[in-house]
Design a binder for this molecule. Structure first.
Ligand SMILES: [Cu+2]
Length: 447
């Protein structure tokens, strides 16, 4: 009996109880072999289904959860089946799906299947295509998938609140046939933003633009898992955006091709070679590239979106000599530390040294350690780790890249007047030795 027959002949309940989630993933080719790799949702998971009379049956539960953005920062959020984002739904073109939605929230909800071609009455818009799903109720959606692509799901009820506190998930539909360029690793990331003000434990839904946390799958760097691949593999990263901002998603190293999105896989003539792709609100984009050995940064290119909690209404202290000011302010605010005179990079050092205890439940603005020191990043940032010797299907973090000799940037002088660089302006007159930067700047950024 092959795997497919096994699925057909075994009662769904027995299967669900007996098999781990991975074993419940679909096998769509006639011989039972997968034609597409399983989608991997970093820090997330894929929802198992039961097969009932040829229908894939999923069960989502809307509920309040305790979520960790990174160690040191937790919040009461809303999500599905114990997580935000909710589990990824992974299916194939042609599948008939039945999705049960139970509401364990204190208010009504619905689920809208974003981007999916279905009967109007299954579209999940509270008040328009159905009554709201009251607390305690379970509703059923059922439709046949007539497309493929990277899609999403989210409530269409009290949206401003329910999205702001984490209710969203990915809905990925594979084409029925194998893709001409076989994908070896298929990652999926949902972008979001959160107004979790310093010292608080519930995201604030009233905020429209000034968010505290910018997340990949509801995590901030360095809690975001690295994306790993073997040299030469074809990697797809599907990126969906249900936040309040556009995000220019940028990959270091290999250029990628934008090959699809909500509309499914684009015809090859429409593929574009890029290094940064804006993923608009309510959009998804598929980015594909051939993996090259190394550690490659992968992040949103809005520089404030790779920071954690910070304030935006602080005075600009860049270039301001604050030696006298610090003493004055300390009379009013004991422990005040001036910062920012030579830039903000010192922030992470101060935090590490314990000089800047921030508010409770609040992450430092910059975090993350690399093999060469502080990364000074947070938020929407991760590392794509590509190695020559990774086994297919091995997703474990391989550690830091070992650069082949002669391929690493290096320091060749510590004299600031070194060399004869071509300049547009004459060198300013010598001012004596460079003044050492010191703890300077401004109060802990934003608290
Ligand atoms: Cu961004």
């Amino acid at each position: 009996m092959n795997r497919r027959d096994f699925f057909r002949n075994t009662s769904a309940a027995t299967l669900a109880a007996a098999l781990p989630a991975a074993a419940l993933a679909q096998t769509d080719a006639p011989d039972g072999e997968r034609v597409h790799p399983e989608v991997r949702t970093p820090n997330g998971w894929t929802l198992p289904y039961r097969m009932v009379d040829g229908v894939k049956v999923f069960h989502l539960v809307a509920e309040e959860i305790e979520h960790e953005f990174a160690p040191g920062c937790r919040a009461k959020c809303w999500g599905y089946n114990g997580s935000t984002p909710g589990p990824t739904i992974e299916v194939s073109e042609g599948d008939r799906v039945r999705i049960l939605v139970s509401n364990r929230l204190p208010e009504h909800t619905t689920i809208h299947w974003h981007g999916i071609d279905l009967p109007s009455g299954m579209d999940g818009v509270g008040g328009l295509t159905q009554p709201q799903i009251a607390p305690g109720e379970t509703w059923q959606y059922e439709f046949t998938l007539r497309q493929h692509g990277t899609h999403m799901y989210h409530p269409h009820a009290d949206e401003m609140v329910q999205l702001a506190v984490g209710m969203m998930g990915l809905f990925i539909i594979h084409p029925r046939e194998a893709e001409p360029d076989r994908i070896d690793r298929d990652y999926a990331i949902l972008l979001h933003n959160w107004a979790l003000h310093p010292g608080t434990w519930r995201p604030d839904p009233s905020v429209m633009t000034e968010f505290d946390l910018w997340t990949f799958n509801s995590k901030v760097f360095p809690a975001i898992e690295p994306l790993v691949a073997r040299t030469g593999e074809r990697v797809r990263i599907r990126v969906g955006n249900l936040s309040m901002h556009e995000h220019p998603i940028h990959l270091h190293g290999p250029r990628f091709q934008v090959t699809g999105g909500d509309g499914g896989r684009w015809p090859r003539a429409l593929w574009r070679t890029e290094v940064t792709e804006i993923v608009g609100v309510g959009q998804t984009r598929d980015l594909e590239f051939i993996a090259q050995a190394g550690d490659w940064a992968f992040h949103c290119h809005k520089s404030h979106h790779t920071m954690n909690a910070m304030g935006h209404e602080v005075p600009n202290t860049l270039g301001v000599d604050q030696r006298g000011i610090e003493k004055e302010i300390r009379r009013l605010l004991p422990g005040y530390m001036a910062m920012g005179e030579a830039g903000m990079a010192e922030h992470q050092e101060h935090v590490d040294m314990g000089h800047m205890p921030g508010p409770e439940n609040t992450l430092p603005m910059m975090m993350g350690k690399g093999p060469f020191g502080n990364l000074e990043m947070g938020g929407m940032f991760s590392v794509i780790k590509v190695r020559d010797d990774l086994a297919p299907g091995d997703y474990r973090d391989p550690g830091w890249y070992r650069h082949p000799s002669g391929t690493l940037a290096k320091c060749i002088s510590r004299d600031r007047d070194f060399g004869e660089p071509v300049r547009r302006n004459p060198l300013p007159p010598a001012r004596g030795p460079v003044r050492q930067t010191r703890p300077a700047g401004h109060e802990h950024h934003g608290h």
